[in-house]
Design a protein around this ligand. Sequence first.
Ligand SMILES: Cc1ncc(COP(=O)(O)O)c(C=O)c1O
Length: 366
Amino acid sequence: MMDEELILLNPGPACTSKRVKDALLRGDLCHREPEFTQLLFRIREALPRCLNLGDTHEALLVTGSGTSAMEMAVISSVREGRSVLIVNNGVYGERMIKIAKANGIPFHEVRSEWTVPADPAEVERALAAHDDVDAVVAVHHETTTGLINPIKEIGEVVARHDRLFVIDAISGTAIEDQDLAEVKVDVVCGTANKGLHGLPGMSFILCGERSVERLQEVPERSLYLNAASYLKGQRKGDVPFTPAVQVCYSLDEAIKEYEEGGGFAARTKLYRERAALVRGQFERLGLRILVDEPYRANTVTMLHLPDGVTYQALHDELKQRGYVIYAGQGQLSADFFRICTMGEIPWHRLEQLEDALRESIEAARG
Ligand SMILES: Cc1ncc(COP(=O)(O)O)c(C=O)c1O
């Protein structure tokens, strides 16, 4: 067993820097004090800026995992008696459907295979067929398979039909190349702990002007996730419920690190370089990638399990060598596994992954 830190190669929570972890210890703070208000203002201002949406979107912070941001976004975008169109090609598209069902929101679906990007023409047809649709929801990076959906093209279609466009960018923010400023998007869902390298526990939605108007028009479907009350409070520096104060400290520090390191351009470059490094290793090791090249994400790679190797055996062998990998979801769990290069990972540990994988595959075959 090695004495270096365990490297998480799962798609969040991701490894974080010492600086971000140390920020947890800034001290106790009551969220009704002016120091928290300053922290909240700083983060609210920084998040859209970090994702190149500084002039057009404002952030609402919620204490909760990414799913709380997804749920807040969906229930805040659809008026009474109207419906949502969900673009579904993976577990997180399916989760959007579960959210609509749980909240009694009528929905339509544009579905494609898990390995096939959503087709904007299908979205066009669905919008033409259903004039009750208030909002279209799509997942940018489907973490299920490591597949990128064409959110820019879908956004064009949605804007032409004058509906709201909501994206789940939870596993894509600050990672994927698509500049969100070029996407006609009204609501972006994200979390602290993926591409921004903060700790888990805080999520956010970024709302454009049309979304801010819309969330005043929707019924109060949830007490905790009512975006209108977050907006009213957070504009004054207030939060409706007790926030994860220390996780906000860490997010604040993670944002500083991100911006000092060169922001969006530098972070996405790092992710592209990591993807190239590990995918070269996969090729040399004969590990086949599920998703076709043009649609691959910069972080998650979904790989076929080598012949005669179970996920559990491979996982356990790699963990002994210092790496945590991730299982496939749903119908992909028996034959596939995922490797995700997200978070603070020293470069040499990614270089060493090739040997660790080779040895682990041999050992797992027995
Ligand atoms: C694309 C996507 N959406 C939503 C979520 C849900 O986030 P959480 O597990 O933090 O609720 C995840 C989590 O990995 C994700 O990858």
